[in-house]
Design a protein around this ligand. Structure first.
Ligand SMILES: Nc1ncnc2c1ncn2[C@@H]1O[C@H](COP(=O)(O)OP(=O)(O)OP(=O)(O)O)[C@@H](O)[C@H]1O
Length: 687
């Protein structure tokens, strides 16, 4: 050992360092994958114990989902479907934008080649002290850099423009499908699509940016390699280039083999961040209820939020370290080692050619080195494309899942085929076969009647609620539905409103516009007091709904027409429902407030009744819509509705409102018999 020469000992030291480094990297990787596994097991445990809602369960936690989020045939299919949506045909605006981007990319490669050539010529002119030539090439160089700067910035701008354009197309498509046929209701209440809001607002944007970048980062290096190879062949020949490409092929196989599951990591991170945001949204939505229970409500919510935060941070930290290790390997193999091999390939012909006068001009040297480095760079980018593709696969999977769910739910039209069986049907069956649309149900539109004929109602979990129910609501003959909690009263109305599918029997009802639904928790829109009463009419002009959706409503022709003609009527109605005093609080009908926060429960319900009176439909379906109103107020409101000639199908618990109805439907909540009976509730009422 003592006799070891200096170069030998430093070689040995380098070898030991290299081995130690590799061992640390390998151990670090192993440790991380163990931690990731532990994190996933912990999540599985939470789902199993019911601590986390099943719908929060991230898609990656099951083996089936894992195989879904990867670069495979399914990814290719999903991507091509989404791209077909983004670029519908070759004459579309999006196709034109891609063409412009392609021209920019092509110009950039040509400009790079030209700049390399001018640099070489300038260097040659300096060495040979040919100053006129030098100034000529310098001027040409300066002139070339101008379009180069424009093209470079243009490329970046086009990437963003394409991404925004795709986002617009996809999001508009999603909005249309999501807000048609109650898909938003089914997605969150029945099917359990996790965080649709995050998927629409964030994941779609990330997908679009990712796909637009991928195009630039793939097309440009491919073009560079093709065009530069031809020029490089003049100096280093095709053999040398083959060695270079061979190296990159091997290194890409190696890097792919040691790469962490990036697609899965991306999808998991998106899901965890969606859950975290969702937890915050719940606090905003239920601030008052939480505040009333605080303490310890605040502490409990804080723990829930921190729990989500910690899970997200832990996952992000682990995946960051995994990505860091991966980047070390990528950088070394693709950047530094590739440059070393590039230089060797470049030097090889001169090293092996024995003729002493074999020389390389400065022009050739500078040009070739520049092109070689650009080619190495381009191939390096191609090698690392897999990272972009796998990240894209993560977003593709989330967006595709969303598109599929929305398409499936909107295609089902909110209804399923009725049949005569009364066997309880499981959740999935209730929502229909995911692969196909079932035949249209016998849900008939008749002008003057609401009629249930032999209808059996199941809860989404398959529990039988009411069996073979038959009754009708004729104009002037209001019906009241009564019964204990959980007996299925609201469920009947959900089936009537087509929020839940009709499983069995026939329902007839008037067309949209002649029937109006009011629930126990009235919805207040963001807008003026006038908007609250007119809802949903105000949407027609202010938001420009897709024509397909507009046709479902009897909207007035223009908003301005209504604004001036109807204000007196709106004010009269507010007085009739005893909330006229709201007009004095601010700018009359034009006042804008955070209505959700400022109105009391009873006021919100009175506002909803004002809405009903404003629209004055033939039939009103009222689901405990006056439960927060005082007893005498409730009677007055029912009388007002009755006097307006509106026929009611109401659910109410207080006996005082019975007298405004001609027929009573009593649900007993029992699973033994049919679970319902008809009564005469108001023999004394003089309608
Ligand atoms: N989305 C759902 N998934 C599963 N079960 C549901 C769902 N919605 C309602 N149910 C169940 O269906 C049954 C009937 O509910 P429904 O809301 O129709 O009761 P209700 O008679 O209106 O009660 P209440 O008088 O308390 O309003 C209840 O047991 C309820 O828990």
């Amino acid at each position: 050992m003592a006799s070891m020469s200096k170069p030998e000992s430093s070689r040995r030291r380098a070898g030991v360092l290299l081995l130690a480094g590799s061992a640390i990297v390998l151990m670090g990787g192993k440790l991380l994958s163990m931690k990731m596994k532990a994190l996933q097991n912990e999540q599985e445990d939470l789902y199993n114990r019911g601590v986390m809602m099943p719908r929060q369960k991230i898609s990656s936690s099951s083996a089936a989902a894992k195989s879904k989020v990867a670069v495979n045939a399914q990814f290719a299919k999903q991507l091509s479907e989404i791209l077909h949506m983004c670029v519908p045909n070759v004459w579309s605006k999006e196709a034109f934008l891609i063409l412009v981007q392609t021209c920019f990319l092509y110009s950039r490669t040509l400009l790079t080649e030209r700049i390399a050539s001018l640099e070489g010529k300038s260097a040659q002119a300096i060495i040979s002290k040919n100053w006129p030539s030098f100034f000529k090439y310098l001027t040409a160089f300066a002139l070339t850099t101008l379009p180069a700067a424009v093209v470079n910035s243009g490329l970046k701008a086009m990437r963003t423009i394409i991404s925004l354009s795709f986002q617009k197309v996809l999001t508009e498509h999603l909005h249309q499908a999501y807000l048609t046929n109650h898909v938003y209701y089914m997605a969150s209440n029945l099917r359990g699509l996790s965080n649709p809001d995050q998927r629409i607002t964030e994941d779609v944007a990330k997908f679009c940016s990712s796909i637009s970048e991928l195009y630039s980062y793939t097309f440009k290096p491919v073009l560079d390699v093709i065009l530069f190879s031809r020029s490089l062949a003049k100096t280093i020949g095709y053999k040398g280039q083959c060695v270079l490409y061979g190296y990159f092929l091997l290194s890409s196989i190696f890097l792919r083999a040691i790469s962490p599951p990036l697609a899965l990591l991306t999808a998991e991170e998106a899901a965890l961040s969606g859950n975290f945001r969702n937890a915050h949204q719940r606090i905003v939505a239920h601030a008052e209820e939480i505040a009333f229970n605080d303490p310890p409500g605040g502490v409990t919510e804080c723990r829930i939020l921190n729990d989500h935060l910690h899970r997200l941070i832990r996952h992000s930290q682990l995946s960051t370290v995994q990505r860091f290790l991966q980047q070390v390997a990528d950088g070394y193999a693709v950047k530094y080692l590739a440059s070393i091999i590039g230089l060797c390939v470049f030097a090889a012909p001169f090293y092996f050619v024995k003729e002493p006068d074999s020389k390389l001009s400065a022009e050739e040297y500078v040009r070739s080195i520049r092109l070689l480095m650009n080619t190495s760079n381009a191939i390096g980018q191609l090698v690392l494309i897999y990272k972009r593709v796998t990240t894209l696969a993560g977003f593709t999977s989330r967006v595709s899942e969303l598109l599929e769910s929305v398409k499936m739910l909107s295609a089902k039209d909110g209804k399923v085929n009725a049949n005569t069986t009364s066997t309880p049907i499981a959740n999935d069956t209730l929502l229909g076969d995911s692969n196909g649309i079932q035949p249209h149900p016998p849900l008939m539109v008749l002008d003057e009647i609401i009629k249930f004929d032999n209808v059996t109602v199941f809860a989404p979990d398959g529990t039988l609620l009411v069996r073979e129910l038959s009754f009708e609501v004729l104009p002037g003959n209001s019906v009241i539905i009564m019964g204990p909690n959980g007996s299925g009263k609201s469920s009947l109305l959900r089936v009537l409103a087509e929020l839940w599918p009709l499983q069995s029997g026939t329902i007839s009802k008037p067309p949209v516009g002649k029937i109006f639904y009011l629930s126990q928790r009235p919805y207040v829109v963001r807008g003026t007091l006038r908007d609250q009463v007119r809802y949903p009419d105000l949407l027609q002009d202010s938001l420009k709904l897709p024509t397909r959706m507009q046709s479902n409503f009897n909207f007035p022709s223009t908003l301005s027409e209504q604004c001036f003609l109807d204000d007196n009527r709106v004010m009269e109605i507010l007085e009739a429902t005893e909330i006229g005093y709201l007009l004095d609080r601010g700018d009359g009908l034009n006042q804008v407030q955070n209505w959700e926060e400022t109105l009391s429960g009873g006021e919100r319900q009175r506002l909803a009744i004002s809405r009903l009176l404003y629209h004055c439909p033939k039939f009103a379906v009222l689901d405990e819509c006056t439960s927060a109103v005082s007893m005498d107020g409730e009677e007055k409101l029912y009388k007002r509705i009755h006097d307006s000639g509106i026929t009611m199908l109401s659910i109410a618990h207080r006996p005082a409102v019975k007298r405004f109805h001609s027929v009573g439907l009593y649900l007993d909540g029992s699973q033994q018999g049919f679970g319902w009976r008809i009564e005469k509730p108001n023999p004394d009422f003089d309608s």
